[in-house]
Design a protein around this ligand. Sequence first.
Ligand code: GLV
Ligand code: MN
Ligand code: MN
Length: 414
Amino acid sequence: MVEQVLVEIDERRLLRRLDELAQRGTLPGGGIYRALYTPAWVAATELVTAWCKDAGLLTRRDQVGNVWGRMEGSRGGRAIVTGSHIDTVRGGGALDGGLGVVAGVEAVASLVARFGRPNRILECVAICEEEGSRFNTNFWGARAIADRLEPDEASRARDAEGVTLADAMRSVGLDPATAAQAVRRDIDTFVELHIEQGPILDESGGRLGVVRVIAGTAHLEVTVRGQADHAGAAAMERRRDALLGAAAMTLRVAELAREFGPPAVATVGTIAVEPAQVNVVPGLARFTVDARHSDNARRLELVAEIEKACKVIGRERELGVEVRTLRDRPPVSLNERTTDVLRRAARTAGIEPREMNSGAGHDTQILTAAAHTAMLFVPSIGGRSHRADEATAAEDVVLGARVLATSLHELAYT
Ligand code: GLV
Ligand code: MN
Ligand code: MN
């Protein structure tokens, strides 16, 4: 077994850079929104580019806007890569994605400054998009790397204003016709540092976690069709109110996840009605369901039960119901040997890491198709994430970055 050394990083610079990144996309009412190909996103990618150049890394933006910093290895071969996503949800915090990006740059910069050229090619990456918060697609950056883009996806995907992903790419100087060329077939290992986003480490006093399985996710779109009617003249018993049907379905979706028990979760995160007027009974309601489980058979059962329940409620209320699968990603197991490198690095820092599954989705789950992958978690205070007050103690941020750097040292230098 390799003797590891705990790699030091520049703590003050790490924390300062996290703050600097958080200033790109600050919302007036609090929280951050750094959506793909927006001015805030451009500013954030420029910042990361400057950091990579400052570390003496060969720096480039690929065909979809992922920013890479690279140090060639004396032995060549396949690359050791670390990073995370640079986009955020609307009103999100500074750490979801941001931590893995900033710590990735810092870890690589520290290793290069201290140990010089690695044996293996060593790279950090700011992945352009993971959250699906602007366009009706997600994992755009990691899927491009892993050769998982769908033909014509950039011209089909749109944001809420109707702007296509392709036009948004052009607005930041990218050519959508070349998106598939962002593929990388030469990555050996991808390691991602991320906040846990749940309460387990925080509540158990754990400081580090290693991820075994990332839960699978299904995204459904449910369309409920009733009859629009006059809000004053149509008697209550005559109505076929699509929104009331959707509301009953929403409650049942959450109930079903509770009946399945942890780690099943199901969320109705968006809902829209038509014609959306104060004095008209909604004739149509459309909502999304996000359903997750780390056991694929249970996940499929949960999705089937949700679909069945929506149809039953629709029949009871004389409403038409269509359920469309927007995307379906099975759970993913991470690489045991790479995870062992993280375990050893955590122990080198004096911490026994907790073995965990992730309910949240991560770029790592996509990159598992293209590389050996592993993930390191640090605690989220109060389990808070996807909200403005997301937080991790500074000493845990620093610890996570050190353990990441230590792992990369074993992977790229020994
Ligand atoms: C991303 O944060 C997700 O889990 O959907
Ligand atoms: Mn997220
Ligand atoms: Mn994330």
